[in-house]
Design a binder for this molecule. Structure first.
Ligand SMILES: Nc1ncnc2c1ncn2[C@@H]1O[C@H](COP(=O)(O)OP(=O)(O)O)[C@@H](O)[C@H]1O
Ligand SMILES: [Mg+2]
Length: 142
């Protein structure tokens, strides 16, 4: 896997579509490639990262027509982080406080996805895009 070096920070970035056609298959494959490149030894952390991807992807599939997830790995010395950004062109989240309420789901889901992202990630940002759609960003130290 190629990497670019800039001022001591190595960055790898990959994006994958999430749609009715391909589901989460491309995004999962992309993340697994990144994880194997990272040579993560901590299996629990791997599972956490894969779960973050699944929840991001499930929300795109469930609450919009489709979108994409971009995954960026930052590495500076021994410190590493992965940032996952999910974007879709759905209706956006009108009431974020409600969406973040444990158990709230607009369509009989478990309503725990966003809470799981908050619990598993080190930083979570949810934004409705001005042109429509949703952007969810999760950071995790690895
Ligand atoms: N990408 C999205 N686009 C529009 N609404 C969303 C999106 N992601 C989450 N939401 C809203 O936030 C609510 C809570 O999401 P979540 O915690 O993942 O629960 P669930 O997906 O089980 O409904 C959803 O029911 C939906 O109303
Ligand atoms: Mg969900």
């Amino acid at each position: 896997m190629s990497k670019s070096e800039k001022a001591g920070i190595e960055i790898v970035r990959r994006c994958a579509p999430v749609s009715r056609d391909v589901g989460l298959s491309k995004a999962r494959k992309t993340l697994k490639e990144l994880l194997s490149w990272l040579e993560l030894e901590n299996e629990i952390r791997q599972t956490q990262i894969l779960t973050i991807l699944d929840e991001l992807g499930n929300n795109i599939l469930r609450h919009s027509q489709g979108g994409q997830i971009c995954m960026t790995v930052y590495r500076e010395g021994t410190k590493r982080a992965i940032r996952m950004v999910a974007e879709d062109q759905g209706d956006g989240i009108q009431d974020l406080a409600k969406a973040m309420t444990p158990g709230f789901s607009q369509d009989r889901g478990l309503g725990m996805g966003l809470n799981l992202l908050e619990a598993l990630g080190d930083d979570l940002r949810v934004a409705s895009l001005i042109d429509g759609g949703t952007r969810v960003e999760v950071w995790k130290w690895i």
